[in-house]
Design a protein. Structure first.
Lengths: 129, 267
């Protein structure tokens, strides 16, 4: 996977809300660890998780640093969560309609032999409302 | 199958000495160096085990050519120390040291395996090219491990030699620390009471950045009630999983960012 593919086809698809586009990067049994707060197993479960989030939040990723090789990718991402409605128990923190939360995370993707993400692990660096 | 020198280089540079000897050497091999002679695969294995004890050796081949059963290579060989080696042939090495030596190597092949290996060297650092210290090449990745060895050894001069003068360090629990001297001034008093050992689970590197999935293990050499992670009594240790991003400039670290990837585990 090249940096261009990661940025345009994965991050780009996520930011466009193209579920087919970004979830095709995940292995069927991908293990997705959201900073120890939540753990999601499998591509379909990740898709369902984000379908639930995107119905209530505009989520936009801004990659500020990226390094990649055949076995993994790692990036620093600033995520903007913009609420479409009030959400008091949102995973990134309570948020009111129209507000944005910005969170910076380090994300590490392990890439399997078929080029798909097999493990995704996030670590929160800092956040600001 | 023809002897595949690029594949040989790849295995050599991966540090997989067992595979190197098994796949590329003939049972009847003889290795002759300046003052050394080893016979057979076991002889070469024994030599490599000694030479690579705490030292990563990585080839940067400048030229090579094959004629018949003879292959000749002009190699700039980088050695990166992960532990102290007072007996190392190219000088007393400490963790974090690197030295480059010109090797002229002749491989004689039989049945497309190396049956005779003759190497000659020039004095350390004489007539060699130098790669930027850190980056994507296997030698530069080995140099990163030497950096972590110097850091774990609390050798401030050696680990800080991998930094630009204007390096920044951002830990997620602390204000940003600025400059090479600022980082040394932060760690020097901490390392009087605490030793930090880095275990790298996964490393990704290119010429612009390094990412390390790391466990930092902090061991208290004495009671450290003010330690930033948590108060520790003498002999206590705590582990923290961290993701570390290093930004590189001209092969040196110009920025370090650290995020916790798990809760501290007291042991």
């Amino acid at each position: 996977m090249t940096k261009e593919e990661f940025m345009q086809d994965y991050i780009g698809a996520f930011n466009r809300g193209d579920f087919d586009g970004f979830t095709r990067f995940y292995a069927d049994d991908v293990d997705f660890d959201l900073g120890g707060k939540r753990r999601i197993k499998g591509r379909q479960a990740i898709r369902e998780f984000y379908e639930g989030v995107f119905a209530r939040i505009d989520e936009t990723l801004d990659v500020t640093q990226l390094v990649i090789d055949d076995e993994g990718a790692a990036c620093i991402i600033v995520t903007e969560f913009k609420a479409l409605e009030d959400w008091s128990d949102f995973i990134a923190g309570p948020i009111r309609k129209g507000e944005s939360i910005f969170i910076e995370s380090f994300i590490f993707y392990r890439i399997g032999p078929d080029g798909k993400f097999t493990h995704v692990r996030t670590a929160r660096s800092q956040g600001k409302a | 199958m023809l002897f595949d020198y690029p594949a040989y280089i790849e295995v050599f540079n991966a540090g997989d000495d067992a595979r190197l000897v098994d796949e590329f050497y003939h049972d009847d091999l003889v290795f002759t160096g300046g003052s050394r002679r080893y016979e057979g695969k076991q002889g070469l294995r024994d030599f490599l085990a000694w030479a690579h004890d705490g030292v990563r050796e990585v080839m940067r081949v400048q030229h090579y050519a094959r004629s018949g059963d003879i292959l000749f290579a002009d190699v700039d060989m980088d050695f990166h120390a992960l532990k102290e080696r007072p007996d190392f042939p190219f000088g007393h090495l400490f963790p974090g040291d690197s030295v480059t030596v010109k090797f002229h190597v002749t491989y004689r092949l039989r049945d497309e395996k190396v049956v005779a290996l003759n190497s000659m060297t020039w004095p350390p650092e004489y007539g060699v090219t130098k790669a930027p210290r850190l980056g994507a090449h296997p030698s530069q990745i080995a140099a990163y491990h030497a950096y972590t060895a110097a850091f774990s050894n609390a050798d401030h001069a050696r680990y800080s030699a991998f930094y630009t003068d204007d390096v920044t360090l951002k830990l997620n629990t602390m204000p940003q620390i600025n400059g090479k001297q600022g980082i040394v001034d932060f760690y020097a008093p901490m390392f009087e009471g605490i030793r930090e050992d880095l275990t790298i689970h996964k490393l990704l590197a290119d010429d612009d950045a390094i990412f390390a999935d790391t466990t930092s293990t902090f061991t208290a050499l004495r009671d450290s009630p003010d330690f930033v992670v948590m108060p520790l009594a003498e002999g206590d240790w705590v582990k923290v999983r961290v993701f570390v991003f290093y930004t590189l400039r001209d092969g040196l670290i110009s920025a370090i960012r650290v995020a916790r990837a798990g809760e501290p585990e007291r042991c």
